[in-house]
Design a protein around this ligand. Structure first.
Ligand SMILES: *Cc1c(COP(=O)(O)O)cnc(C)c1O
Length: 368
């Protein structure tokens, strides 16, 4: 049996009739930017997160830069960010004019190591951007305690973590603001680019709303220097259709992850951490293995697609070598980039496909 790493067409097929109707409504309305679809999606997504305010923007990367600026980060300020993340986290910081300072990953949870914040913080540090990597919330109690003691802002990079929870509270609700992505492959995906800033602060929300629209409080009156970052009516309508299914899809992701975890418990695979206070949303199911290339090649032969998230740590990209720290300071992130591999996990996988993945993985492990 062939199990593709991801197949978005299945989800589209499931909601196709509703999508067609939603798109037709927008076409008929003749209104394409900053209208009722955006407002109603923003209200619904804020409610989904259990947060006060949602501000739709053009992408997750824009959400990061706008959220950082909205909480007061200014050009030249430093922002602490995990090295074990994808480039967009860092690109969003730089788009705000700020300087990313990389912090190593916790060897157990693979999210930012709160114990290492102390040797990255400096007089120019203004904020921390923890990434809820693969859908597992970062160590928020420790991060917030560290930040509050030093007057730093905290912005969640929740691009992979819609519906994840920390001590019973959903992401979007765990810090000063959060950045979400609705890139098509994310747990809630548009049919193109889209993102959102979520916050409980009226001040931060107001600032973010100004920033996404040229700083205009009223038409043709810019009160601050902003940008154009819009979540358009079509994407908002599409997201509203999909948001109604997100709880069910997330449950299915968790159920599949549970099956994988049970099946692989007695194997040498390193499995995702599951601290009691955190509820994973399983954007990705990432395991750690030695002999990764062989593992992947044999799974590929068995028809099981895999990918690596991410094969190159941020500071090893040609554009970001200047972000490297002292030798050894990012060693966990470096190790992970050579040992992690992502298995297929999306709500539309059939039971037979999940079974095929587990059987193939167990078979390959015996041969390694
Ligand atoms: C996808 C992603 C982003 C960026 O989102 P875009 O919508 O693609 O700009 C940022 N951070 C993380 C962790 C992501 O996975």
């Amino acid at each position: 049996m062939n199990v593709p790493f991801l197949d978005l067409s299945r989800q589209i097929a499931e909601v196709r009739a509703d999508l067609d109707a939603a798109i037709a409504d927008v076409l008929t309305s003749g209104w394409f930017v900053a209208g009722p679809q955006l407002e109603s999606f923003e209200d619904a997504f804020a409610a989904f997160c259990g947060a006060e305010q949602c501000i739709g923007v053009a992408s997750g990367t824009d959400a990061i830069s706008i959220a950082l600026r909205a909480v007061g980060v200014e050009p030249g300020d430093e922002v602490l960010v995990p090295a074990n993340t994808c480039v967009p986290s860092v690109a969003g910081i730089e788009a705000a004019g700020a300087i990313p300072v990389l912090v190593d990953a916790d060897p157990v949870t693979w999210t930012i190591d709160a114990a290492r914040l102390d040797d990255a913080v400096g007089s120019r540090t203004r904020a921390v951007l923890p990434v809820h990597l693969y859908g597992l919330p970062a160590d928020m109690d420790a991060i917030l305690a560290f930040a509050r003691a030093r007057g730093l802002a905290v912005v969640e990079d929740a691009a992979q973590a819609h519906a994840a929870e920390y001590r019973g509270r959903r992401t979007g609700n765990l810090a000063d603001a959060a950045a979400f992505s609705f890139y098509p492959t994310k747990n809630l995906g548009a049919l193109g680019d889209a993102g959102a800033v979520v916050t409980n602060s009226a001040t931060v929300a107001d600032h973010a709303r100004l920033l996404r629209n040229y700083g205009e409080r009223r038409r043709y009156e810019s009160v601050l220097a902003g940008t154009n970052s819009r979540l358009d009516e079509l994407q908002a309508a599409i997201l509203s259709v999909k948001l109604r299914r997100l709880d069910g899809w997330t449950e299915r992701r968790r159920a599949i992850a549970h099956q994988y975890r049970e099946a692989f418990a007695q194997t040498p695979l390193g499995l995702p951490a599951a601290p009691d206070e955190r509820l994973h949303s399983f954007h990705l199911f990432v395991v750690e293995t030695v002999a990764r290339d062989e593992f992947r090649a044999q799974l590929d032969q068995a028809g099981v697609g895999t990918l690596i998230h991410y094969p190159v740590p941020v500071h090893r990209h040609p554009a970001y070598t200047h972000l490297d720290r002292q030798p050894g300071q990012l060693s966990v992130s470096e190790r992970l980039s050579s040992t992690i591999v992502s298995l297929p996990l999306y709500p539309e996988l059939s039971d037979a496909e999940v079974e095929a993945v587990t059987t193939s993985v167990l078979r390959v492990l015996q041969r390694l």
